[in-house]
Design a protein around this ligand. Sequence first.
Ligand SMILES: Cc1cc2nc3c(=O)[nH]c(=O)nc-3n(C[C@H](O)[C@H](O)[C@H](O)COP(=O)(O)OP(=O)(O)OC[C@H]3O[C@@H](n4cnc5c(N)ncnc54)[C@H](O)[C@@H]3O)c2cc1C
Length: 476
Amino acid sequence: MTVTTTGDLPGEVYDVAIIGAGVVGTAIARELAAHRLRIALVEASDDVGDGTSKANTAILHTGFDATPGTLEARLVREGYRRLNTFAAEAGIPVEPLGALLVAWDSEQLAALPALAEKAVRNDCHDTRILDADEVYAREPHLGPGALGALEVPGESIICPWTTTLAYATQAVRAGADLHLNCTAGAITTGSHHEIATNRGPLRARHLVNAAGLHSDEIDRRLGHTEFSVTPRRGQLIVFDKFARGLVGHILLPVPTAAGKGVLVSPTVFGNVMLGPTAEDLDDKHATGSSAAGLSLLLDKGARIMPELLDEEVTAVYAGLRAATEHADFQIRAHPEQRYVAVGGIRSTGLTASMAIAAHVRDLLADCGLDPGPARELEPPRMPNLGEAFRRPYQRADLIAADPAYGTVVCHCERVTRGEIRDALRATVPPGSLDGLRRRTRAQSGRCQGFYCGAAVRAQFDEARATPAAARAEARR
Ligand SMILES: Cc1cc2nc3c(=O)[nH]c(=O)nc-3n(C[C@H](O)[C@H](O)[C@H](O)COP(=O)(O)OP(=O)(O)OC[C@H]3O[C@@H](n4cnc5c(N)ncnc54)[C@H](O)[C@@H]3O)c2cc1C
């Protein structure tokens, strides 16, 4: 099990190097690690899932509204099934709430039958059109004026943070090397790829580019110009847990050519979110929120569910979709270079991640990689962050065995000392307090760390001061 954060990279020539440890790169590493290949997963940040994968709307999509026949449609549909199965094994929180696509005018109402037919072409056979009475019976807090809805029972909410972490954990336990704080630069291709990084050269026979917003730049370094990434910002507002009782389903607008539109949805953490916007920008680092964006969301929210706006806001955040000039994913094999580009994974990459990974494995075989037989990997058992499932502070058995699970540190999210300790000792430990938040929920509640910040930091600093050997021993 190797996770490195500093120092020179090993001198060995890996079978495959993957650039980017978002949900897509970690899924690919996990898939390949099952094949006894030597895998290096390199990530510029100090943590996995620290790019777009940490800031999305976290819907596990059925793919009902994808464009039939596209690669995205196939991979979302297949990814939905694969991730549902994996989530159940690994303990990733998923809630199959179902979605309602609410029609607010006669034009949208008229569009619902075509959407139901499209769903069938996407192998989603259980949608149903509801009249206004049934919509309000299901969602009594919806704003006035809804004329009907398309119900999509399979749409679900999932924990995006645990998903990426579970993939990375399984990959590392299966023998993949995860190198953090490691930015890939110039690439020279000969008998193997030599990738310059800030931690010395990385060598690998095959290369996978899963660099998200920067995948076009890596692609250019290998001489390709098939796609350019335009960051498409999605801003979101997170409402406090008191709002959770207002919403039963994922409430979607009827999609337009401009995208999926603004939704209201519960989160697995027990909050309600409103968003996202869709703004094309030039800056791949523009993850801030704007007054104009938040005001647009509040206007839309006032129509969808006026009562929601009376609730307290816990946080706002924004993520950047890796949009390109193409309508489909940009996954291409270049066998002559033993290289696979995985770009343009815009708004469904969380759902599609495991299917993308299986597809990339097949493309690597087309590039001359002999993966050999796959072995069955032990599923990792991830700590539960989901509000709908029992958490350690609710479990008398755990607390009796270890009082640290009865010592609440973050009172807003009811995170215990035992959970923070476990996260700090895990196979893929956090590199920052934000990473610790994504593993435990500590500091993500209504006070945003005002009360527990010092205690959480003290535990984090203490663990970081512990030598790596002692941490490894504690993991046993
Ligand atoms: C607002 C919003 C809502 C969304 N909602 C959903 C949803 O509900 N359901 C769904 O399925 N999907 C959703 N998505 C899409 C999903 O989040 C993305 O498709 C997915 O996270 C993309 O993952 P990735 O691994 O390709 O990219 P990233 O998570 O960005 O990972 C790429 C990684 O590469 C690293 N990197 C880049 N350059 C280098 C380099 N030179 N060297 C080393 N590392 C490098 C980055 O640091 C980053 O960590 C949404 C996206 C947004 C923005």
